[in-house]
Write a protein that binds this ligand. Structure first.
Ligand SMILES: Nc1nc2c(ncn2[C@@H]2O[C@H](COP(=O)(O)OP(=O)(O)OP(=O)(O)O)[C@@H](O)[C@H]2O)c(=O)[nH]1
Ligand SMILES: [Mg+2]
Length: 556
C-alpha cells in the first residue's frame, strides 16, 4: 500500500471533494466527459495542421470513389511504376493476403453448398458485389412494384446511398437525386431487415425459377470435401481475428449479424498491416489460439506446425481443386448467379501456384489482391518525373458508405483528385445496400464531388475503371439497357457503352462544377490492374498535375 505522501500532488488536487453529493458527482462527470471530447477535437485539429505543414512541399493527390472502385490498386500501380524498390520490399507481405483471398473464395463456395442442405438462406454477404441484380425476377418474387421517379429511378434504387454518407457538414457536397443524370431500372426489391432475424434477408433470386426436381444433388463426396476443407474456414477466421483484433468497424459488426467467417479482410489506416503480417509470418500459427493477441507472437517460424497457412493450404490443395472443378458446384454457383471470377481477389484458377511452398506473389497477383481500406491511409513517395525526383503524397480513402465522412478534411489541402468509377458495375448493387445500383452511386458521388465548393479549384482526373470486366460482361450478352433505362436501343457494344458512360460523367462535370472554378478535368478509360497501359496514363496524369501546380504558383 502506498501512503498519502506517495501520492502525486497533482492527482491529489484533481480528486473530487470528499463531501461531493451524488448530484454534484453526476454534474462533474458530465463536465469531464465534455472536456475530454473537446480536448480530442483540439488534438485532431493540431494533428491535421501538423500534417498539412509537414507535407506542404509535396504534390498532394486524393483518391476517391466507392468501395472496390480500384483506389488502392491505383496506388499500388503508382508504387510499382515509379517506386519499384519499395514495391519489391513489400512483395512478401502480400502472400498472406492472397492466401486469405483464396480461402475466402473457397468459404463462399462452401456457404453456397450449405444452402442446399439447410432451409434457411445462407448468410452470404461476400458475393453481393458479384451477383447481378435482377429487377424483373425480384419484383415478381416480392410482389413489390418498384415505382419509378420522373427521372426513371425506382424508389428502391435510392440515392440515399450518397445522401446519407457523404460528409453531412457540407451541404454543397451532399448529392441530391432530384436531377439524376441517368435512369436506372429498379435493381432489387426492398428487403425486410430485422435485427433479430438476420438470416431472413433475402438474396437476389436465381436467374431461372428452380423447382425441387431441378435442385442439384450433393453426394457423399461433397460432404467429405466440405469436412476436409473446414481447416481453411478455421484458418480464415483465426487470421482475420489476429490481423484485426477487437475491431469494431462495420465489417466486424456485420459479422456479428452474419457469421464469424463473413468478415472481409480490411486494413485500418492507423495500423501498419505489413508489419503485422510480417509478425504473423515470423510467429507461430495456432488456430486453437485464435483469440490471442498478435503481440504475443514472438516465436520463430515453425515449419512443422500444421496450422501454418502455407501448410494448411498445401494440405487442402487437391480438395480445393476438386471443389472448384466439380460440375455440381458449378451448377450451384450458376443457379445462385454467383460469378466468382468477377469477384475481387479471385485466385481459384491459381491454386497450384499459390499452394506451392516456394510461392512468391507476382506483380499481377499483388494488383489483383483485395484488401479493403478502412479510414484514410497516407503514402509519401518520391517519384522520378522526367528525371527529377518529386515528392508526392497520396491519400487513399475507404470508399464504403460509412467511410465517406472521413473524406472531407482532406478536401482543403489537396492539389488534385483521382476519382474512380467502375463502369462495369452497371448491373451490380452496393454491398452496403442492395437497393442501390453501384453505377448510380458512383454518378451521385461524382456529382457531389463536382459541386463541392471546397474542391472548386482542385483538378479532377476521372478513371472510368474496370473496362476489362465491362467488355467481358457485354461479350457474355449482359444488356446495359436492362439496368440503365436511358441507354435505350443503342448497340450493346463496348465502344457505344463506354462512350455513353463517358458522356454521362462529363455532362455531370459540366453541369455541376461551379462556374468560377479553375480546375482541370481529364477522363481516362482504365483497367488499373494492367501495368503496361497504366504506365502511360499515370505519367500523363502526373505531368498534368505538376503543370497545373506550377501554373497556380505562377511558375509556368
Ligand atoms: N479486373 C479488374 N479488377 C480490378 C480493376 N481495378 C481494380 N480491380 C480489383 O478490384 C478489387 C478492389 O480494388 P481496390 O483497389 O481494393 O478498391 P478500393 O477502391 O481501394 O476499395 P476500398 O478500399 O473498399 O475503398 C481488387 O481486387 C482489384 O484487383 C480493373 O480495372 N479490372
Ligand atoms: Mg482501398
Amino acid at each position: 500500500m502506498r501512503g498519502t505522501k506517495d501520492i502525486d500532488p497533482l492527482s491529489l488536487a484533481m480528486r473530487p471533494p470528499a463531501d461531493e453529493t451524488s448530484a454534484e458527482r453526476v454534474e462533474r462527470e458530465a463536465r469531464e466527459r465534455e472536456a475530454k471530447i473537446i480536448s480530442a477535437e483540439i488534438d485532431a485539429e493540431i494533428e491535421m495542421d501538423r500534417k498539412q505543414k509537414k507535407y506542404d512541399d509535396s504534390v498532394k493527390v486524393l483518391l476517391l470513389g466507392q468501395s472496390e472502385s480500384g483506389k488502392s490498386t491505383t496506388l499500388k500501380q503508382f508504387q510499382l511504376i515509379f517506386s519499384a524498390k519499395e514495391f519489391e520490399n513489400e512483395r512478401i507481405s502480400w502472400k498472406l493476403i492472397i492466401q486469405l483471398n483464396l480461402v475466402r473464395t473457397v468459404r463462399i463456395i462452401l456457404e453456397q453448398l450449405s444452402s442446399l442442405t439447410t432451409t434457411r438462406p445462407i448468410p452470404f454477404e461476400d458475393n453481393k458485389l458479384s451477383r447481378t441484380i435482377h429487377p424483373l425476377s425480384h419484383l415478381n418474387s416480392s410482389g413489390m412494384n418498384g415505382s419509378t421517379s420522373s427521372l426513371g429511378i425506382s424508389s428502391q434504387s435510392s440515392g440515399r446511398s450518397s445522401d446519407s454518407d457523404l460528409p453531412s457538414t457540407s451541404a454543397s457536397i451532399t448529392p441530391s437525386r432530384s436531377s439524376h443524370p441517368m435512369s436506372f431500372n429498379s435493381p432489387v426489391s426492398p428487403v425486410q431487415r430485422s435485427p433479430t432475424t438476420p438470416f431472413s434477408i433475402p438474396f437476389p433470386p436465381p436467374v431461372l425459377p428452380v423447382s425441387p426436381t431441378e435442385m442439384p444433388k450433393l453426394g457423399d463426396h461433397h460432404r467429405t470435401l466440405r469436412m476436409r476443407l473446414l481447416p481453411l474456414v478455421h484458418l480464415e477466421s483465426s487470421l482475420l481475428r489476429r490481423l484485426n483484433p477487437s475491431e469494431e468497424d462495420e465489417a466486424t459488426q456485420r459479422s456479428a449479424h452474419w457469421s464469424t467467417s463473413g468478415r472481409e479482410l480490411f486494413v485500418r489506416s492507423s495500423v501498419n498491416w505489413k508489419e503485422k503480417v510480417a509478425r504473423l509470418r515470423n510467429g507461430t500459427f495456432d488456430v486453437r489460439d485464435s483469440f490471442a493477441d498478435v503481440d504475443d507472437d514472438d516465436g520463430f517460424v515453425d515449419f512443422d506446425n500444421p496450422d501454418d497457412p502455407n501448410n494448411v493450404i498445401q494440405t487442402c490443395k487437391e480438395d480445393m481443386l476438386a471443389l472448384w472443378h466439380d460440375p455440381v458446384v458449378r451448377q450451384v454457383l450458376r443457379m445462385g448467379n454467383v460469378r466468382l471470377e468477377e469477384m475481387p481477389g479471385f485466385f481459384l484458377d491459381d491454386i497450384e501456384r499459390i499452394a506451392s511452398p516456394s510461392y512468391i506473389p507476382s506483380d499481377d497477383d499483388i494488383l489483383k489482391a483485395r484488401l479493403k481500406t478502412v479510414g484514410v491511409s497516407e503514402y509519401e513517395y518520391t517519384l522520378m518525373m522526367s528525371g527529377q525526383p518529386t515528392k508526392w503524397r497520396f491519400y487513399d480513402v475507404g470508399g464504403s458508405r460509412t467511410q465517406r465522412a472521413a473524406w472531407q478534411p482532406y478536401f482543403t489541402h489537396v492539389d488534385a483528385l483521382i476519382f474512380l468509377a467502375p463502369i462495369s458495375a452497371f448491373d451490380q448493387c452496393l454491398a452496403e445496400d442492395w437497393r442501390v445500383n453501384r453505377l448510380e452511386d458512383s454518378l451521385l458521388l461524382f456529382k457531389s464531388i463536382c459541386k463541392s465548393e471546397l474542391l472548386k479549384d482542385v483538378d479532377i482526373i476521372l478513371f472510368l475503371n474496370k473496362i476489362d470486366i465491362l467488355k467481358a460482361k457485354l461479350d457474355s450478352g449482359i444488356k446495359v439497357s436492362k439496368y440503365v433505362k436511358s441507354y435505350g436501343e443503342r448497340p450493346n457494344e463496348y465502344e457505344a457503352v463506354s462512350k455513353f458512360f463517358r458522356n454521362k460523367f462529363a455532362a455531370v462535370y459540366r453541369e455541376y462544377t461551379p462556374k468560377s472554378s479553375k480546375k482541370l478535368f481529364y477522363v481516362h478509360m482504365t483497367k488499373v490492374t494492367a501495368t503496361d497501359a497504366m504506365r502511360g496514363i499515370l505519367s500523363s496524369v502526373c505531368d498534368a498535375i505538376l503543370r497545373s501546380n506550377l501554373q497556380l504558383q505562377g511558375l509556368a
